[in-house]
Design a protein around this ligand. Structure first.
Ligand SMILES: Nc1ncnc2c1ncn2[C@@H]1O[C@H](COP(=O)(O)OP(=O)(O)OP(=O)(O)O)[C@@H](O)[C@H]1O
Length: 664
């Protein structure tokens, strides 16, 4: 708390500066803001303003509107957080109206954060909070440190806050990135480095947003340094195929303005001339569009027309083109679609899929290797569906799951009356059923040795001898076998036949574990989509749930992911899956907090405590109910959940309030 004399002195400083304006530079920004607080917003420096929070539903709307930026900027915000948290800072991302839509802070200080307004849903607009880093940054459209008594409200003067704006590709303010700390040296100079760091991160987020927004355009990146142009991406200018400039990042807009080529600002309706990149650079459009293809280091130097400055350029080509290429290849050969769908841009998977595509019609057997649940059966099915055998059967056999006594008859079939208990008409074995198609032998490492010998004969002769039969049946088979075991190890232990290994291993395809895949996001979205189709419903996967899913190491691989999403869809409120709907193990490394509710963006990182109300976690809910004497509204408030959700979870967990127990 700040002492009354300090508070009085703070008020006097503000009032004095307003009657004696003198400041320049950043001090002038503060004076201007103080004046607005009194003249325009009617705030009183003598009356501390406690933080104001928007209601949960309103916060949701703000978060939804900022969703694209939050998603694109997530990595940058999290990186900034990791850099500053050891120094006692929290990180806020607010929208252009100053509402905190994302918050990352140390877990144990949650109450303090909430008391100060450094929390989700806090309104940091200048008109509400007075002079502060976020609100004043929004007003002045510039990065700014509001240190201690720079704040208008005495409530905030122990804070140091540094904020930087993030603009959209048309110069409109999108968001403000802020770091704040409770304890800092008296001198404002101590925050110089903080200011640079926040500006840098805001620029990275802005550029990431720009590149995503214009990923269907050519984007020219310019820099005064050849060495840094690829890394810095300082000036970004999106152009059409004919060179027409369509947008630029903040630095790019400044560069264009400096060369008398201004772009319209937000809300500017008067007609601007459409500039061409050739108005800026002394270049043929072909020289610009071919940088990637014809320049050794993918950099080309140009002089600007007006100031004759040398700029080095690189070019980011439209993704549309890559997508076209991919869809063209698919159009040429649509049969590859089942394989293509297995992965997005994971390098190991792309290699595996390229090999699979080449092998799909080759007359060789394939061994699929990967940890349990990595999608080996999926791969086998996709190989079958992409091959010329797709209209014939795909027969899957799990060699580990089948009782040893049955394997032989199931696989090879039998003649009528060949053993006691056999069907009178005999049975066609699974191998014969797969004739013309694909036989998938899952967990091949678990096949008993004696059957390995018989299987070897089938593969060598391409014929199968049912039990009790005197003549073998000819079969045309492609065998895909899968294992998560080390077959060579089993061979050296004498538990797997080496000759069978070579028969099965005409080629091998290795599937990476999910934790190593770079396309986790694609898999999550795809499986979520598949499950929704299965359930015939439309549910949203919220960003916080996505973050927790991306961060989890997935020891059970895609099967575990599949189960986690199925679970979340079954237990969520039907509209959206949030982090607390996920199974406990998926979030226990990324704790959500008791107040995690459908209004917050990333409880996984906001988390001060363990989740109190995890699905399936009966005790904490039970404890909360007892603590509140079974008052459901109070429990719902504490847990940040709706009353119907509490009732639903009680029902699911079999929790019955005492007053109802007698009636059961
Ligand atoms: N690329 C994928 N896209 C969507 N779902 C997938 C994908 N790969 C696997 N799955 C799903 O993950 C689960 C496990 O896949 P699959 O059974 O193919 O794994 P596996 O490696 O054969 O497992 P195991 O080693 O236990 O036999 C299944 O539900 C499957 O539908």
């Amino acid at each position: 708390m700040i002492s009354t004399s300090n508070q009085r002195q703070h008020v006097e400083t503000i009032l004095h500066s307003l009657t004696n304006p003198s400041a320049e530079g950043e001090a002038a920004i503060i004076e201007r803001s103080w004046r607005r607080c009194i003249d325009r917003y009617g705030l009183d420096p003598a009356r501390p303003t406690p933080p104001r929070y928007v209601p949960g539903a309103t916060l949701r709307e703000h978060q939804d509107q900022a969703d694209a930026l939050i998603q694109v900027g997530r990595a940058g915000v999290e990186q900034l957080y990791r850099q500053v948290v050891p120094l006692g800072y929290v990180v806020l991302l607010t929208d252009a109206r100053g509402i905190a839509v994302q918050f990352l802070g140390a877990k144990h200080d949650q109450r303090e954060h909430q008391r100060t307004g450094l929390y989700l849903g806090a309104d940091w607009s200048e008109s509400r909070a007075g002079t502060c880093a976020v609100g004043t940054c929004i007003h002045e459209r510039t990065a700014f440190t509001c240190h201690h008594s720079d704040h208008f409200s005495a409530h905030h003067i122990r804070l140091t806050c540094t904020a930087a704006p993030v603009f959209d590709p048309h110069g409109q303010l999108l968001a403000v990135l802020d770091i704040s700390a409770y304890h800092s040296p008296e001198s404002k100079h101590s925050q110089t480095f903080a200011l640079q760091l926040v500006k840098y991160t805001a620029k990275m987020i802005e550029n990431a947003y720009f590149l995503q927004r214009y990923n269907d355009h050519h984007v020219v990146c310019l820099d005064r340094s050849r060495e840094f142009v690829q890394i810095n991406r300082r000036y970004l200018i999106a152009i059409e195929e004919d060179g027409t400039v369509v947008a630029a990042n903040t630095a790019g807009r400044k560069l264009l303005r400096h060369h008398d080529l201004p772009l319209p600002g937000p809300g500017e309706t008067r007609l601007f001339k459409a500039w061409n990149i050739q108005d800026l650079l002394d270049a043929e459009i072909e020289d610009v569009l071919t940088i990637q293809r014809y320049c050794d280091d993918r950099v080309r130097a140009f002089r600007t027309h007006r100031h004759r400055e040398i700029h080095f350029a690189t070019l980011i080509e439209p993704q549309r083109r890559t997508m076209h290429a991919a869809s063209e290849s698919r159009a040429r050969d649509t049969s590859l679609a089942p394989l293509e769908a297995l992965a997005d841009d994971d390098p190991a998977m792309r290699d595996t899929l390229t090999r699979a595509a080449r092998l799909r019609n080759e007359p060789i057997n394939i061994l699929v290797i990967g940890e349990t649940g990595t999608g080996k059966e999926r791969m086998a099915r996709a190989l079958h569906e992409s091959s010329r055998r797709r209209d014939k059967p795909f027969v899957a056999i799990n060699c580990a799951a089948m009782p040893e006594s049955l394997i032989e008859s199931e696989l090879f079939g039998y003649e009528p009356g060949s053993f006691t208990g056999a069907r009178s008409k005999g049975m066609k074995g699974l191998i014969a059923q797969a004739d013309g198609g694909t036989l998938f032998l899952d967990e091949i490492g678990d096949m008993p040795l004696q059957l390995q010998t018989r299987l070897l004969r089938v593969l060598a002769e391409q014929e199968v001898l049912p039990i009790g039969a005197s003549r073998p049946l000819k079969v045309d088979l492609r065998v895909v076998a899968a294992t998560h075991r080390d077959l060579r190890g089993l061979i050296s232990e004498g538990r797997f036949r080496e000759d069978l290994f070579y028969r099965l291993n005409g080629a091998s395809l290795r599937l990476p574990p999910l934790r190593e895949r770079a396309d986790k996001g694609y898999l999550i979205r795809r499986i979520f989509e598949e499950l929704q189709q299965e359930r015939d419903e439309r549910t949203r996967l919220r960003g916080d749930a996505m973050s927790a899913l991306l961060a989890y190491p997935w020891p059970g691989n895609i099967r575990e992911l599949h189960n986690a999403l199925r679970y979340a869809l079954a237990t969520c409120d039907g509209n959206e899956v949030i982090v607390n709907d996920l199974p406990e193990e998926c979030i226990s490394g990324h704790l959500a907090h008791p107040g995690a509710h459908r209004g917050e963006i990333d409880p996984a990182l906001n988390a001060p405590n363990r989740v109190v109300d995890l699905p399936g976690n009966r005790d904490p809910l039970h404890q909360a109910l007892r603590r509140h004497h079974w008052n459901i509204s109070a429990v719902a408030r504490e847990l940040g959940l709706s009353r119907p959700t509490i009732y639903r979870r009680m029902k699911r967990l079999g929790i019955v309030p005492p007053q109802q127990r007698d009636t059961l």
